[in-house]
Design a protein around this ligand. Structure first.
Ligand SMILES: Cc1cc2nc3c(=O)[nH]c(=O)nc-3n(C[C@H](O)[C@H](O)[C@H](O)COP(=O)(O)O)c2cc1C
Length: 169
């Protein structure tokens, strides 16, 4: 799958098979995050891998917008330094990791709102760090249908050519 095809077909996956993620894939996903470029090469991120079933279940009950983390075979918790570009940098790293997972046949999602800081004590994350996102990852439980059929604004709505308001298309 080339890069554009991966981006075109990538979906948020919230249901996972009860099947372990190969260690090799997990390492590739983490490497994709680590190798991502960041502002001034600051790399203001940490990737905490959770595979313990009890911990995943507790994460699922703490994360209001991601209860399905409880069913995933693993989750990567992305914590960031409290620095100016950390949000942009970590967002880029998350996209790298999600695409790498996708190309390996895995599904992931970005759990990003509600209850994120409440998971710090469970995982021993220092108080000065910010929990930015949790990425549950696993083989998709449902057949991926309609790949690439995304609910997105039309190109003409978001892309302009030369002057604002002149649609690209
Ligand atoms: C910054 C960000 C935060 C998100 N937070 C959540 C979340 O908390 N829970 C969730 O289920 N999905 C979350 N998502 C996933 C989006 O809902 C999903 O990407 C969007 O609906 C498009 O779905 P699709 O990629 O399958 O087309 C988040 C995505 C982003 C980029």
């Amino acid at each position: 799958m080339d890069t554009f095809e991966a981006i075109r077909t990538l979906l948020a996956v919230r249901n996972y098979q009860d099947k372990l993620v190969p260690e090799e894939s997990l390492r590739r996903i983490l490497e994709a995050g680590r190798l991502t470029g960041s502002s001034m090469n600051g790399q203001p991120w940490h990737f905490l891998v959770v595979q313990n079933r009890d911990t995943l279940q507790q994460l699922g009950s703490l994360l209001r917008s991601g209860p399905y983390v409880a069913q995933a075979p693993l989750a990567i918790v992305v914590a960031i330094d409290n620095t100016r570009y950390a949000v942009s940098d970590a967002s880029r790293a998350i996209q790298s990791m999600m695409l790498t997972a996708w190309v390996d046949g895995l599904g992931a999602n970005w759990v990003g709102f509600g209850g994120l800081d409440s998971i710090k004590p469970l995982l021993g994350i220092p108080t000065e760090m910010e929990v930015f996102a949790v990425l549950p990852i696993g083989y998709p439980a449902d057949a991926i249908t309609g790949q690439g059929k995304k609910r997105r604004k039309a190109l003409a709505e978001v892309a302009h050519r030369e002057q604002w308001g002149q649609p690209f298309a």
